[in-house]
Write a protein that binds this ligand. Sequence first.
Ligand code: PHE
Ligand code: NA
Length: 456
Amino acid sequence: VNSVQKAGASPAQWSSRFAFIMAAVGSAVGLGNIWKFPYITGENGGGAFVLVYLGCIAIIGIPIMMAEVMLGRRGGKSPIGTMQVLSRAEGRSRGWVGIGILATLASFLILSFYSVIAGWTMPYIVSAASGELSNISAETSGALFEGLLASPGQLLLWHSVFMGLTVLVSAGGVRHGLERAVTKLMPALFVLLLILVGYATTTGHFGEAVSFLFRPDFSSLTAEAVLVALGHAFFTLSLASGAMMAYGAYLNKKVSIVRTSFTVAILDTCVAMLAGLAIFPVVFAHGLAAGEGPGLIFVTLPVAFGQMPGGSFFALLFFVLLLFAAWSSSISMLESLVSHLHERGISRVKAAIGGGLVAWLIGITTLLSLNVWSDFAPLSMFERFEGKTLFDLYDYFTANIMMPLCAFLTAVFAGWVMKPEHSAAELGQRWHGVWYAVMRYFTPIAVLIVFYTNLG
Ligand code: PHE
Ligand code: NA
């Protein structure tokens, strides 16, 4: 089927609906699912947080994804270019370009620290290959991770390698290597997670993990946790960052945006749930702290692998696949900026190198905040930001402020500024009515309420 469609598609487009899904899933599935989801779930007390997160995906994330892919396909350009085209086409203020600018900035800032975290997978690949992880105890595993964070030199090396890899693909144009790679690697990651969940059922603490993840205790849910869940819904689906808009621009007119968005969101959610089910049984079995923080998977998974038959091999495979998942995400983060610069006459190669270099430099401040600058909390005068390092702040500002704001503006544009005939032409008549009502009333109001309750 794919090769038949391939022949008909112009070179500027994804070769098929399947290819778009794979690229979008490649963007969506990444550290957000396997690294961030488990650790913020642990920090925010489990069940109730997970339920709010799932709710945000279903009733805010999916409609926003449809809106972004729709806008991207209609505008046919980079997020900034698309917003220029569409605000003109609707006869509205050029100020709406702000959505494109905000999205491009957010994804750029995310890339800067994402690259540092993605870099962590590489020393773990080395450790797995050398057999260092076999029969590792929880203490040794913790010490190994601490040792990595304490070494700016190592972190810089892997951050640089990862950023280099990102720039490499971005410079060549995302549609080439990416399609083929993600179609093989994403399913492999999925299978490996299933194996890990299988192992987790043997730890004797699977039931405990299931109730931690899915038995909500709303009495412990804070307003801030709701904001974190909302922000993570955007982060994990690559929304409010230009990524889906930029990829939507390469999407064939015949493909159903509604169906495709559901597929991408469901796959992304499945990966996050599998990651949680693989990790928490091990956390409980070894008396580790669920609220451990960003190190959670890097401390717990080696312990699980260390005890499995063939564990070193699976550990190696796992960290390689996680690296690829992070790679296909980081490429999509750079796409908003690179495609925009390319529209303005700069070659993709120059744009990718320039963008990558600046993100790499900002990334160094993240990397240092893990060690030398770990006590540097520049916004501690505000209670909310007390003790937050630069890395914490980048994460907080992008996921909890820039992304919700960008999603809010996107909903207002798609629901109130754009004529309904225009969005219906992209989304199809069948689902347009429901989507349109959600976009006009539900999404903007829900985001505002979450913001407002956090100010109090
Ligand atoms: N969705 C990606 C993940 O979960 C992260 C991402 C954010 C990718 C924004 C692109 C844009 O890892
Ligand atoms: Na994700």
